[in-house]
Design a protein around this ligand. Structure first.
Ligand SMILES: [Zn+2]
Length: 239
């Protein structure tokens, strides 16, 4: 497999890939395949890396999420950096969608029958705000049917590595207990999965811990130093 691709899922001509941090043009500390324009990397390098990303899903245009750790979702039909929000949806053929992440959970929705795709981004705030349900609701409003919908969950920080203050864990007790792994640990992937699992027909997991794998970007591993963002890329191919 291509070094830039950490994992790939193909669903009836729709390609979804989780990107590694390898094989791009950005220099340290952003690390080669950085797709985020807001971390201090040069616009030229980010643009070159976005060109690589869209090529990997055979798309000629790419729209990038502008995450704000909430539950705002946008339907897009144009390339470029989207309005602030944590979900993007398109019915546009040949337009790749990117959910940027580095420890947060990037996830995607695919309805290959109605040709609708979506990407989402959920850190602890997004799981609490239920960006998962917001994306599902807008996905259906855009013409998708849950009976034809499959989900993809990309790599994120694992529960063992994701230690947080006990008070934060308590915030999940009544809202999203599925995300509680221990008194000081949250399982963000379990939190995302708990909402998707009851509504979509299948979940494909591209597993890996962003903090433990040197092939992935990790905000926590960077420990205050600048780092890049990878994430999940999905496109409906033109062919
Ligand atoms: Zn881990």
């Amino acid at each position: 497999m291509n070094a830039q691709v950490f994992g790939r899922v193909s669903i009836e001509g729709i390609q979804a890939i989780a990107l590694s941090r390898n094989g791009g043009t950005s220099l340290a500390p952003f690390g080669a395949l950085n797709l985020a324009s807001y971390v201090g990397d040069s616009a030229e390098n980010v643009s070159a890396n976005l060109a690589i990303a869209k090529g990997l899903v055979s798309a000629s245009e790419i729209a990038v999420m502008n995450a704000e750790h909430g539950n705002t979702v946008h339907v897009v039909s144009e390339p470029g950096v989207a309005l602030p929000g944590d979900g993007l949806i398109t019915k546009q053929t040949d337009l790749a969608l990117v959910a940027l992440a580095a420890d947060c959970v990037p996830f995607g929705l695919v309805d290959s029958v109605n040709s609708v795709i979506a990407v989402g981004h959920a850190g602890w705030r997004g799981v609490l705000a239920n960006v998962m349900q917001a994306l599902l609701d807008e996905f259906v409003a855009s013409g998708a049917q849950l009976k034809h919908t499959q989900a993809i969950i990309g790599p994120a920080i694992c529960a063992k590595c994701y230690e947080v203050p006990a008070e934060r864990v308590e915030q999940f007790r009544d809202v999203r207990p599925e995300a509680i792994a221990a008194t000081r640990n949250l399982d963000l992937i379990a939190g995302v999965k708990s909402v998707l699992a009851t509504q979509v027909t299948k979940i494909h997991e591209i597993s890996g811990c962003t903090l433990e794998s040197s092939d992935l970007f990790s905000y926590r591993r960077a420990a205050g130093e600048p780092t890049g963002r990878g994430g999940l890329v999905i496109a409906i191919s033109a062919s």
